[in-house]
Design a protein around this ligand. Structure first.
Ligand SMILES: *Cc1c(COP(=O)(O)O)cnc(C)c1O
Length: 379
């Protein structure tokens, strides 16, 4: 089976984790600081704070920017549910917006009519690894005095008009789940240039307490104060050791993802019905996903059939994502309905994510291309 995504762990990753297991600090120790510093350096952001997952990072970002009861936050519907859930965690209201048909990125033209006096922020999702349209988003955010959050869980290492992901919004979020570019098993990071936001995320990941265990050991004190309501969203030191080893390999892994994507795109140029998503000429794409659209109304195969045929043949395709506003929870709790985001709903019927991960060989890529084109050609 060729999966749609897969981690790459080698001996130096394993050694890095073992070294921490033999050390004094298993959690919130020196490797957490080192990993945060390395990610800050890599992205060019001033501050990086590591947490236990991408979802925790999103939640912490909502806390840091002050989302609370009845605050509205605009979010694209083509994303993982956690992007919207984090708004609700804080008592806020998710305002779903449609996406651009060619990239499936949040559509700036659909945002302004959804802004009300209660709107506090926009969450942009760098879907598939393509940075959202940050110039347009910034213009809208500034005009209305609201904040810009980047769910950059797909896009570490990508650039937009020369700017690095991690520096494009007021606060940005990464995930280190094993299907993402680099992994810590489970893990996430918040990056920002805003010192106050960084301080708040540090509080939030540790119950709202002002110092952590190691700081108290160093100062030989038992005293601490809980000044806000937080969670245990800490990440362990051995996870951060893994993250540090992985981060060193990230640049070459992104290059490999770009090569795989180029191989797919070239092959599909000759295939009338397979339409890869568009890529702006002002970005470098990190290719967390390689997504194609297929006009199933013109084919004699539907998506479910194609999906199971490919799975039977060992091609682990996937679908990213079911529009979040269509999930039963959101329909029931927030009253969203089919028809709210027509572009996203149509796209959802037509998309398929193909396998892409750095260890994938050219041969694997060619196998995927061959199997897809042969099914489509016959359809
Ligand atoms: C993976 C992902 C998340 C959640 O990250 P976890 O680390 O799994 O909690 C959030 N948003 C997007 C777009 C993601 O892809």
């Amino acid at each position: 089976m060729i999966p749609y995504g897969r981690q790459w762990i080698d001996e130096d990753d394993i050694q890095g984790v073992i070294d921490v297991l033999r050390s004094e600090w298993l959690t919130t120790g020196p490797k957490v600081d080192e990993f945060e510093q390395a990610v800050a350096t890599f992205t060019g952001a001033k501050y990086a704070v590591a947490v236990s997952s991408g979802t925790a990072a999103l939640h912490a970002a909502m806390f840091a920017i002050g989302i609370g009861d009845s605050d509205e936050v605009v979010v694209p519907t083509i994303t993982f549910a956690a992007t919207a859930n984090c708004i609700l965690f804080q008592g806020g209201v998710s305002i779903f917006t449609d996406v651009e048909p060619d990239t499936l990125l949040i559509a700036p033209s659909d945002i302004e009519e959804k802004i009300t006096p209660n709107t506090k922020a926009i969450i942009a999702v760098d879907y598939a690894g393509h940075p959202a349209d940050y110039d347009s988003l910034r213009q809208i955010a500034d005009k209305h005095g609201i904040l810009l959050v980047a769910d950059a869980c797909h896009s570490i290492g990508a650039t937009y008009k020369g700017g690095q992901v991690g520096t494009l919004a007021d606060i940005s979020v990464f995930s280190y789940h094993p299907v993402k570019h680099i992994t810590t098993g489970e893990g996430g990071m918040v990056v920002t240039d805003n010192e106050e936001y960084a301080r708040k995320v540090r509080l939030f990941r540790n119950h709202g307490i002002t110092t952590d265990h190691r700081q108290r050991v160093e100062k030989a004190t038992w005293f601490y104060e809980m000044v806000d309501l937080g969670y245990n969203y800490r990440i362990s030191d051995f996870q951060c050791a893994l993250g540090l080893c992985q981060l060193r390999k990230l640049p070459q892994w992104i290059l490999r993802r770009q090569e795989i994507a180029a191989r797919y795109s070239e092959a599909f140029m000759n295939c009338e019905y397979v339409r890869p998503l568009s890529v702006g000429n002002y970005v470098t794409h990190a290719y967390h996903l390689y997504v194609i659209r297929l006009p199933f109304d013109k084919l004699s195969v539907d998506r479910a059939m194609l999906f199971s045929k490919l799975r039977e043949e060992g091609i682990g395709v996937n679908v990213h994502y079911i529009p979040v506003h269509l999930h039963p929870y959101y329909q029931k709790k927030t009253g969203t309905k089919p028809g709210l985001c027509p572009v996203a709903e149509k796209a959802y019927e037509e998309i398929l994510s193909l396998p892409i991960f750095p260890q994938m060989s050219d041969n694997d890529v060619d196998t995927v291309i061959r199997k897809i084109t042969s099914i489509i050609d016959k359809a």
